[in-house]
Design a protein around this ligand. Structure first.
Ligand SMILES: *Cc1c(COP(=O)(O)O)cnc(C)c1O
Length: 362
């Protein structure tokens, strides 16, 4: 029985040759390959600047610092995401404020965000997440950010290749943060990138990620070592060239699932707003919560991986529960019903048909 994985990075001789070239050069840390990757990435996303970092978490952490987020501040974010999105707010000693999600997109609901912005003081930023590759309602968030004078930070860890009105995610807010973790749509093993059109933020970020270095032997602010290696960047340069091909395949796979599930009233398939391009980092379906485990088990029995991403919302995580956070109703409902099934570019048409068939059996 063929093992159908939930994610499976594409690694060919191109990636291997690129890494060997760096190893043979002897220049392993941040250098020429990193600069090239930054230039290529900024060009792809359509921003003036791109700053390479060690991972998606440090990208978000540095982005918050560059906006001056610190102790006493609040940052509004989604409860339905990977824990890194809100842990970085804690890393800056600020306080996460969770707002419920939209029932159809599973992203932050701008109407509910406005209700909170009206009521609560000291919210300095909105950290939104384009979950699964589903793009947030960016016109609404741009409007709110301006009206309430808050920064807008996009967590694009799952949305590389996604677009809102023909603009890439990560080019719309003040800052975009990407992850190249091994399971993401393009990967460098571990890695990340920050994108911005703001030159002063770019300059600040370059110091923050490099121990506050102004020039050689001179450090004027407190910074971190969040740098990317040439080894990672060399993989990134190769993967970036293939990204459009990966995304097209993911969308094709998603469309086939949509067709196969169309007749089934017990399965809710992803909703994609008409003015957006969804990059399908995950293909997430909602099912009856009572059936969810049997579906995952049935798939497992037939060597197909799937997962309830995310079965626990952030406020329900023990760390956050201890801090007094309470679950939000729609996020909780979705977290109880969601299953992510394989949609990566290495899948064949018959793999997709097989996965859909197994799910429909339950
Ligand atoms: C993967 C991910 C991150 C963190 O990225 P790392 O590279 O693993 O540090 C942050 N936010 C979201 C939504 C993610 O999926």
């Amino acid at each position: 029985m063929k093992h159908i994985k939930l994610s499976d990075p594409v690694i060919t001789k191109d990636e291997k040759n690129a890494v060997m070239k760096v190893l043979n050069s002897g220049y392993l840390a941040s250098g020429k390959d990193v600069s090239e990757f930054e230039t290529n990435f900024a060009k792809y996303i359509g921003t003036k600047h791109a700053i390479a970092v060690s991972n998606g978490t440090t990208a978000l952490h540095a982005a918050l610092i560059s906006k001056g987020i610190a102790s006493g501040d609040k940052v509004l974010t989604t409860p339905f995401t990977f824990i890194a999105s809100s842990n970085v707010i804690l890393h800056t000693n600020a306080k996460p404020v969770f707002c419920d999600i939209d029932e159809k997109t599973y992203d932050l609901d701008p109407n509910k965000v406005e209700t909170i912005l009206k009521k609560q003081k000291n919210i300095k930023a909105i950290l939104l997440v384009h979950l699964y590759g589903q793009v947030c309602d960016m016109d609404a968030f741009k409007f709110l950010a301006k009206k309430y004078k808050v920064s807008l930070i996009e967590d694009c860890a799952q949305s590389i290749g996604s677009q809102y009105k023909n603009k890439h995610t990560g080019s719309i807010g003040d800052l975009g943060c990407f992850s190249f973790y091994a399971t993401k749509n393009m990967m460098t093993g571990e890695g990340g990138m920050i994108t911005t059109n703001n030159t002063s933020l770019n300059n600040k970020l370059r110091q923050i990620i490099n121990h506050g270095r102004l020039d050689r032997f001179k450090h004027n602010v407190l910074g971190y070592n969040f740098r990317m290696t040439n080894i990672a960047a060399s993989i990134g340069n190769v993967q970036l060239k293939k990204l459009e091909e990966f995304t097209t395949k993911r969308i094709k796979n998603a469309e086939l699932y949509n067709k196969l599930f169309a007749e089934n009233k017990n399965i809710i398939t992803p909703y994609v707003p008409s003015n957006t391009k969804h990059s399908f980092h995950q293909y997430a379906i909602l099912v009856n919560p009572k059936r969810r485990n049997s579906i995952i088990e049935h798939l497992k029995k037939h060597n197909v991986d799937s997962a309830a991403i995310y079965a626990l919302t952030i406020p329900a995580q023990p760390l956050y529960k201890k801090m007094g956070y309470k679950e939000l109703s729609i996020a909780k409902k979705v977290s109880n019903s969601v299953i992510c099934i394989p949609v990566h570019p290495k899948l064949t048409k018959s793999d997709i048909i097989q996965v859909a068939k197994l799910i429909k059996q339950v």
